[in-house]
Design a protein around this ligand. Structure first.
Ligand code: GTP
Length: 221
């Protein structure tokens, strides 16, 4: 992956119930990196994640610095919870993923959020709520409006994605990384020696804020 010239590394985890599509979303994002092989048109049926798996991708943030995202794909199944829980403290960003066709996975989102918050104590993390499998409109059972309301009540943004249609996949990660960068700039998140959430990679590089690029915006899938 093209991590050269990155100023920071942000560690981000994907959390949510089993089979909501975390691995597919992540693999689609990583496959979309410049120079990566083209992804399959259909997401392949992934075997369930065991514990935690790692991916990475470099990203040029609209606000200036180039960052390396270290991406942790966690198992949604309860039996791996004691493994995944041990990683929560060392992340700066979390994608809370539910499946728009699986009501239970949506109802469990506050539990996932609470679990991370309880593990972290006062340390700040940036969350993004993701309603995944937005291509499955005919079997949808969670509306965008109620997901938006939940996201607002939990103090986070909300996006819908599809790995199948490659809808909003880059936007989800870009949005989270941008929010982390802003929190860092504003001092809400601080670099700490013994914390892996944010790491400075190139100490000599100066983050130059060029004119802020506009993201093309979400697709309405
Ligand atoms: N229609 C549709 N299916 C998807 C999409 N993303 C993933 N899937 C399917 O959903 C199933 C579960 O996907 P995974 O990516 O393995 O889910 P996961 O959340 O990583 O599951 P665990 O590892 O068990 O926690 C697979 O059959 C995927 O092919 C999507 O965007 N649209």
């Amino acid at each position: 992956m093209e991590a050269g010239g990155c100023l920071y590394q942000f560690r981000i985890a994907l959390l949510g119930d089993a089979a909501v599509g975390k691995t597919s979303l992540l693999r689609r994002y990583v496959a979309g990196a410049p120079g990566a092989p083209q992804p399959e048109p259909e997401p392949e049926a992934e075997p369930p994640t065991v514990g935690v798996e790692f991916y990475s991708r470099a990203l040029q943030l609209p606000a200036g610095p180039r960052v390396k995202l270290q991406l942790w794909d966690t198992a949604g199944h309860e039996r791996y919870r004691c493994i995944t829980r041990s990683f929560y403290r060392n992340v700066v960003g979390v994608l809370l993923v539910f499946d728009v066709t699986n009501r239970k996975s949506f109802e469990h989102i506050p539990d996932w959020h609470q679990e991370v918050m309880a593990t972290r104590g006062p340390d700040k993390a940036i969350f993004l709520l993701v309603g995944h499998k937005s291509d499955l409109q005919s079997t949808r059972c969670v509306s965008a409006q109620e997901a938006e309301e939940l996201a607002t009540s939990l103090g986070m943004a909300f996006l819908e994605t599809s790995a199948k249609n490659n809808c909003n996949v880059d936007l989800a990660f870009d949005t989270l990384a941008d929010a982390i960068q802003q929190a860092l700039q504003q001092g809400d998140i601080k670099l700490e020696e013994d914390w892996g959430g944010v790491r400075l990679i190139h100490k000599t590089q100066i983050a130059r804020s060029t004119s802020r690029k506009q993201h093309p915006g979400p697709c309405h899938c």
